[in-house]
Design a protein around this ligand. Structure first.
Ligand code: NAD
Ligand code: GLY
Length: 379
């Protein structure tokens, strides 16, 4: 029989997170949700799953997933949570766990997280603790989740004291990144995820950053082949770093480029949706490069390129991210001091010697950061 014709846009790329017995594949391609049952079968101890999703994603993508599970002969339950960051709390975790137990999950039942980072994080955390640990599959449907949160095994919920403070490292058994699902994603969410794509170029892949300068606008506009390439290259970068340092005792911290500043911006904005995580990371990466220039580490032209590219696609790059009043340096530094990555009272920054040359710095003087923030606020 002749194989079905495959266009470049149909292609599926397979990457591996090399973690020995806990290693797993990441499949990247369009239409993977519609074929999820077939892709999942090899990792299922028994043909039974419970799909965890949110109300928005359920309306858009749950039917395709359940049809593919039916086709593959996989029994399925579902739990639909409200959409949004507020779902990542103890109350929703309790509700989720009680519903899982009511559905009589067993150790051999696979959980399936269908949604963005919120669903991936809470479903993954529930998987790590219910019956002392269930396996789970990630089917990320936002760009941010496809290139970042679905890969690497960090799971968490928020508490009153801050984001992601209660969680576990629990690796999925499979990640299906269906780039076709991105076609229903609002543009603002897509751009927020794009900031994390740019991050991989800035960490250690200057050719990828140059590729994004050329192809970013078409990718954002919807080109399927470019989207698949960008997601696959990002996942490959994350898989490589996670395989080196699963528990973030070393190089995994590079994935926090832009995040020391970004988390401070998010905290200042108050997590109400006025600033999305990826938007804060975009502005935070510009700040990290500006600080690197100020410290004499990085050519000014590289920082200018970062700002130019992020601005050209419509991402925030400066103090306006917090509205017309901009930011107050002391308040932002106050948030940074509370970051969970503060070590012996010192704030960790990811700095850069240029595009693709990022490194971890534990010795940055906060006075220098204050001067940089004041200068940027006045610009
Ligand atoms: P999200 O999960 O809230 O999704 C954003 C919005 O898009 C939601 O309203 C959702 O319902 C909707 N949505 C999802 N897929 C859609 C689609 N295909 N079409 C239309 N709408 C869709 O947010 P997110 O940006 O995906 O993830 C943010 C979360 O991820 C944060 O809680 C953050 O802490 C976490 N995160 C975790 C890690 C990690 O390593 N575990 C890394 C980065 C971020
Ligand atoms: N999102 C950062 C990490 O997974 O380490």
């Amino acid at each position: 029989m002749k194989p079905a014709a495959t266009t470049s846009a149909d292609k599926v790329e397979t990457l591996r997170v090399e973690l020995g017995e806990r290693g797993y594949d990441i499949l990247v391609g369009a239409d993977l949700i519609a074929r999820a049952g077939q892709h999942m079968k090899p990792v299922l101890p028994r043909p039974r799953v419970v799909v965890i999703t949110d109300e928005t994603v359920a309306k858009l993508h749950l039917t395709a997933l359940t049809a593919s599970l039916d086709e593959a002969g996989i029994a399925h339950g579902k739990i639909v949570l409200p959409a949004g960051e507020a779902t990542k709390d103890f109350a929703h975790l309790e509700r989720l766990i009680e519903e899982l137990l009511a559905q009589r999950v067993e150790r051999s039942t696979m959980l399936v997280a269908l949604g963005g980072g919120v669903i991936g994080d809470i479903a993954g955390f529930a998987a790590s603790i219910v019956l002392r640990g269930l396996d789970f599959v990630q089917i990320p449907t936002t760009l941010l989740a496809q290139v970042d949160s679905a890969v690497g095994g960090k799971t968490a919920i928020n508490t009153k004291r801050g984001k992601n403070l209660v969680g576990a490292f629990h690796q999925p058994r499979l990640v299906l990144a269906d780039t076709g699902a991105l076609s229903t994603l609002p543009k603002r969410e897509l751009l927020a995820g794009y900031a994390e794509v740019v991050k991989y170029g800035l960490i250690d892949d200057a050719p990828f950053f140059a590729w994004l300068e050329e192809n970013g606008p078409a990718l954002i506009a919807g080109d399927a082949t470019l989207r698949r390439h960008a997601v696959a290259r990002s996942c490959a970068a994350k898989a490589r770093i996670v395989a080196m340092d699963e528990r973030e005792t070393g190089p995994r911290a590079l994935l926090n480029l832009g995040h020391t500043f970004g988390h401070a911006l998010e905290a200042e904005a108050g997590y109400g949706g006025s600033v999305l995580h990826g938007e804060a990371v975009a502005a935070g990466m510009v700040m990290a490069f500006d600080l690197s220039v100020r410290l004499g580490l990085c050519p000014a032209e590289d920082a200018a390129r970062v700002r130019r590219h992020l601005a050209s696609v419509g991402l925030p790059t400066g103090a306006q991210i917090l509205g017309p009043a901009g930011w107050n340096a002391d308040r932002l530094i106050g948030h940074m001091r509370q970051d969970k990555k503060v070590k012996d009272g010192r704030v960790t920054f990811i700095l850069a010697r240029g595009i693709g040359k990022s490194f971890i710095a534990h010795d940055v003087e906060l006075d220098e950061v204050r001067r940089m923030l004041d200068a940027a606020a006045a610009a």
